[in-house]
Write a protein that binds this ligand. Structure first.
Ligand SMILES: Cc1cc2nc3c(=O)[nH]c(=O)nc-3n(C[C@H](O)[C@H](O)[C@H](O)COP(=O)(O)O)c2cc1C
Length: 155
């Protein structure tokens, strides 16, 4: 239900459910991330389609929105990144709202993930996340969230 600009919906989700897919994704991850991916019941690649505008005739039928983005690959990348990040965030919040845990990660080799999961497309990885129930003996308590005054101002 979360919105995206002109209903672009550029996110392309790849759900890694098989042992093989999770191992492949883990091999692309860095630092402490690989074992988390291997242990999770599911891991998700939140990717983005830089050619999302091709879908706009049915996703945003009110007007010819496709033409706004034609011939502007740089602008499309900007929109794809912004809106797929939003969609990824909607996914994280929705999963947490129903009691699941998510482990979002940016610690991975983008070129490797693109080659492993998007080889036959021009889609690009934005970030990845595990999905399941965290092992409380190995995860941190919730880190602080700032109160309103800390990072906001009313002008
Ligand atoms: C886009 C994004 C990338 C992140 N990358 C990593 C990562 O590579 N490895 C990791 O262990 N945690 C990563 N995190 C997890 C954050 O550190 C964690 O979500 C944050 O500290 C808030 O804690 P919480 O998830 O318990 O609410 C990432 C989170 C986000 C949203």
């Amino acid at each position: 239900m979360g919105p995206t600009s002109a209903n672009q919906q550029p996110a392309r989700f790849v759900w890694c459910m098989s042992r093989e897919a999770k191992d492949t994704l883990a091999d692309c991850a860095t630092g402490a991330n690989p074992p988390k991916i291997k242990a999770a019941p599911a891991a998700v690649v939140i990717g983005m389609d830089p050619d999302f505008h091709e879908q706009l005739p049915w996703l945003f039928p009110h007007t010819d929105a496709r033409s706004w983005f034609e011939g502007d690959p740089e602008g499309r990348m900007d929109h794809a990144f912004r809106n797929s990040s939003l969609q990824g965030a909607y996914f994280l919040i929705a999963a947490r709202a129903i009691g699941l845990d998510t482990g979002p990660m940016s610690g991975f080799d983008h070129a490797k993930v693109n080659a492993a999961f998007f080889a036959d497309t021009n889609h690009k990885a934005n970030f990845i996340s595990t999905l399941g129930y965290g092992d409380e003996s190995t995860i941190f308590d919730r880190s602080p969230r700032p109160d309103f005054e800390t990072f906001n101002r009313i002008v």
